[in-house]
Design a protein around this ligand. Sequence first.
Ligand SMILES: *Cc1c(COP(=O)(O)O)cnc(C)c1O
Length: 244
Amino acid sequence: MEFTLDEMREHLNVLETRISAACKACGRERDSVKLVWVSKFHPAEAVENAISLGAKEFGENRVQEAETKFSVKRPGIRCHVIGPVQSNKLKKAALVADCIHSIASVEAVEKLEKVCAENGKILEILFQVNAGEEETKSGLDVANAESFLQSLETREFPHIVFRGLMTIGKNTGVAEDSRECFAFLRNLQQKFLAKDGVFASFDQLSMGMTGDLEVAIEEGATMIRVGTALFGERDYSKPVNDPV
Ligand SMILES: *Cc1c(COP(=O)(O)O)cnc(C)c1O
């Protein structure tokens, strides 16, 4: 069952208390952390409720589902594609998304540049790093991530803005277990942050979900991607992917 608007408001209040407490505990301002509402597997009505509670940034992990809910653009509402995108779906992802968090190859960046140039669009991207070094997770290997980023330093992608890095913490059920991955991500981002050229706007760290957002905030997250704490449990038996 989907949350009613009142239930969602209560969950938002609880979540905001968590976020504020985490910010306070490490001396950060609340507005230094952007909340991305992960609406995957929840219907369009849930998105409407979220918008009425002030949500502006939404995360979807599948391109088709993102299209179903967000291909009709609304002022002030942004769509983040946060799941891995197969190369044959990059074009659609580039068109529906304002920001893609899960880029992990030069080929993908080149393809996005081409699509965005053809469509006169500027797209933000984050590079995903498999900082938890779990085989099931996609992203750049920890060992190669720095040299990968270095290899892009001399390139130009006029329609793509490199905004930073994304990772998924360890899925152990213990938030502390993700601290090392989050710290790794921050250290890597800091190495590229102040550089000119393609890394001039490399100021974002997308890390932290329902279970580990406090640790992520302590380690410098600028975007947390939260689904369950806002929308409730996902019903994986009911995919929301019918094109509008
Ligand atoms: C589903 C998902 C989330 C949200 O996870 P919750 O634990 O429900 O908050 C965050 N990031 C990615 C990449 C996801 O796929």
